[in-house]
Design a protein around this ligand. Structure first.
Ligand code: SAM
Ligand code: TMP
Length: 406
């Protein structure tokens, strides 16, 4: 049995995805023989309630100068992060003498809003290629991994922060105690730390198993984040559900006793208990549902292959790496995956080695079916493709929360 990364007690395993590659490790044919794999198993800690990967690849395998995830590919997400930034400016009355630190700012999608308002800021972004895009927008970025040591360097150079923000990053970091130690030091007495990540309750309810991949060390809940905060002299003062990434939660933390705690926190913990997220049975039930989706989707893809139907996929997401490798989807099932991210083009998907092509070629391909890997952007994508799909009688295949052809 593995030890919990948060409280050191025993973690109970509930799903085994087998050998998995780096989810954003898009590769060329010459790299196939040296591809890196790790054993991806997930467990639940009955003590602190944290859901976690039992083994993680080294961070440098995932976050480096060729990191393939660029935040600004979705217009919806640009608007979402603008609203996030503006809500923090309002809550903390940020001005030209404040400091905002964003952990994992990627290409600057959120932090650029502070630059635009002349609010002093620092982005911490270890993946140099995406950090360079942020820098080209005029954003102040350091290309390092945030941890307790880096927090001290930041304090020395810039002073303490009025707001520390992060989105879709905290759940990526196994060394959570070092992160929280750093945040506790870096945050001003009346500062806030606000972060959001895919929410365990949404993942369990929708059986959205593909939110689990190498980068997602943790699936947070209000219960588990509260436990972690408490160890480090912090407390959760508010929680706000988000629709992004198939269902996320925004947690706002402050130094213990410094700010009023919203009733939302206890209410959300109560909801989590009603869903059974404090008990392994909810997670075992999730595994049963995932296996049904696996059987149904493979049955459908095998039938379409038998009938010589042309099936392609949309969105070479990190999530799709779990789907293809766990389910056994191959280039025999999917002719290609189209995507708007230039660095993924003319490469192959991790592990399954399905060709990734530029989005522009999608319209010429006239498939019979399109498997939507970027299901978290379904509204934006389906609206964009409605006319083309209807005019050519093309159907979407969805697999969250269950397999559907629409
Ligand atoms: N915040 C962006 C968003 O929501 O679109 C980017 C999210 S991306 C999935 C995760 C980012 O976290 C990557 O850009 C990665 O380089 C960064 N990251 C990983 N570990 C980090 C750490 N210890 N400190 C700061 N950033 C980190
Ligand atoms: P994400 O699910 O991790 O946000 O990744 C979304 C992926 O889907 C990313 O590689 C970009 C791609 N994408 C498209 O190809 N077209 C689109 O319209 C959108 C929104 C995303």
């Amino acid at each position: 049995m593995a030890q919990c990364l948060i409280c050191d007690l025993k973690v109970e395993k509930f799903i085994d995805f087998g050998q998995q590659p780096i989810a954003n490790g898009f590769l060329t044919e010459s790299q196939f023989n040296n591809e890196y794999f790790f054993k991806m198993e997930v467990g639940f800690c009955p003590n602190c309630k944290m859901v976690q990967l039992l083994e993680q690849p080294d961070r440098e395998q995932m976050f480096h100068e060729n990191y393939a995830f660029f935040s600004s590919t979705s217009d919806y997400m640009k608007e979402h992060f603008k609203n996030f930034a503006y809500s923090v400016i309002e809550k903390q009355l940020l001005a030209e003498d404040s400091l905002v630190v964003e952990i994992g700012c990627n290409d600057g999608i959120m932090i650029e809003n502070f630059l635009n308002k002349n609010i002093p800021h620092l982005g911490v972004e270890p993946s140099k290629n995406v950090a360079d895009i942020a820098r080209s927008k005029g954003i102040n970025v350091t290309s390092e991994f945030f941890d307790s040591k880096l927090a001290l360097d930041v304090i020395e150079k810039y002073g303490k922060a009025d707001a520390i923000l992060s989105a879709n990053v905290m759940c990526h970091i196994p060394y959570m105690h070092s992160i929280f130690e750093g945040i506790e030091k870096l945050l001003k007495d009346d500062g806030i730390f606000s972060f959001e990540d895919p929410y365990a309750a949404d993942i369990v309810q929708k059986a959205s198993f593909d939110q689990i991949y190498d980068e997602h060390t943790f699936l947070f809940s209000v219960m588990s984040v509260s436990y972690l905060a408490n160890i480090h002299g912090l407390e959760v003062i508010d929680v706000e559900p988000q629709v992004t990434h198939g269902g996320s939660m925004r947690y706002t933390l402050a130094h213990k006793g410094r700010k009023e705690v919203s009733i939302n926190v206890q209410n959300q913990i109560q909801k989590e208990k009603e869903l059974g997220l404090d008990n392994i049975e909810a997670y075992n039930n999730f595994t049963r549902k995932v296996n049904i989706v696996k059987d149904d989707l493979m049955k459908l893809l095998n039938e379409l292959k038998e009938k010589n139907k042309k099936v392609v996929a949309y969105g070479a997401t990190s999530k799709s790496t779990t789907v293809t490798n766990f389910f056994g989807i191959t280039p025999e099932h999917l002719e290609f995956i189209c995507d708007t991210t230039p660095t993924k083009h003319n490469k192959f998907s991790p592990g399954a080695h399905i060709p990734v092509i530029p989005y522009e070629k999608f319209k010429d391909s006239k498939p019979d079916y399109v498997l939507l890997f970027a299901w978290n952007h379904a509204k934006e994508i389906m609206e964009k493709e409605k006319e083309y799909m209807e005019a050519n009688g093309i159907k979407w295949i969805m697999y969250v929360p269950d397999v559907k052809v629409i």
